[in-house]
Design a protein around this ligand. Structure first.
Ligand SMILES: Nc1nc2c(c(=O)[nH]1)N=C([C@H](O)[C@H](O)COP(=O)(O)OP(=O)(O)OP(=O)(O)O)CN2
Length: 136
């Protein structure tokens, strides 16, 4: 089994705010991330798939095709968007890096061809903050 990773990038704005709480509690829990003026991040998205390399091509999967799938189903929906307001698959969810990684998995998994397995979504919110999701 070989693990193949494609890195993509998007910029997006968000706010960490739980509508079930008042402003004081949101500020106590989320600090400056609850600011109503939103804030943005330069996200780096690493998508890892796994399979045995094809005997004829030597590829686990063509990374150009993987990039097209990621862009079509994920990054084009997220890039330069407000995660809280503009992104259908984040509606009603807290826009944490954790939840975003889970939802990205759900968007991508149905489009990974048979015989190739989605292994990991690694999502950097900042150069110092990232999550990894393995679909469990
Ligand atoms: N578990 C999580 N905690 C936090 C998340 C998250 O998604 N999951 N997100 C945030 C905010 O989005 C916040 O903006 C993070 O960025 P930043 O404040 O820049 O983070 P740093 O601590 O690296 O910034 P410094 O420059 O070091 O202050 C918060 N928590």
């Amino acid at each position: 089994m070989v693990y193949l990773t494609r890195q993509e990038h998007f910029n997006a704005a968000h706010r960490l705010y739980n509508p079930a709480w008042d402003d004081a509690k949101n500020e106590a829990v989320f600090g400056k991330c609850a600011n109503p003026n939103w804030h943005g991040h330069n996200y780096d998205l690493l998508v890892t798939v796994k399979a045995k390399p094809n005997y004829e091509t030597g590829f686990v999967f063509d990374v150009k095709k993987l990039s097209t799938i990621i862009r079509e189903h994920v990054t084009e929906k997220l890039d330069h968007k407000n995660l809280n307001e503009d992104v259908d698959f984040m509606q009603g969810k807290m826009c944490s890096t954790e939840n975003l990684a889970i939802e990205i998995w759900k968007q991508l998994e149905p489009h990974i061809p048979a015989g190739i397995h989605l292994h990991c979504i690694k999502l950097y919110e900042t150069p110092r903050i990232y999550v990894e999701y393995f679909g469990e």
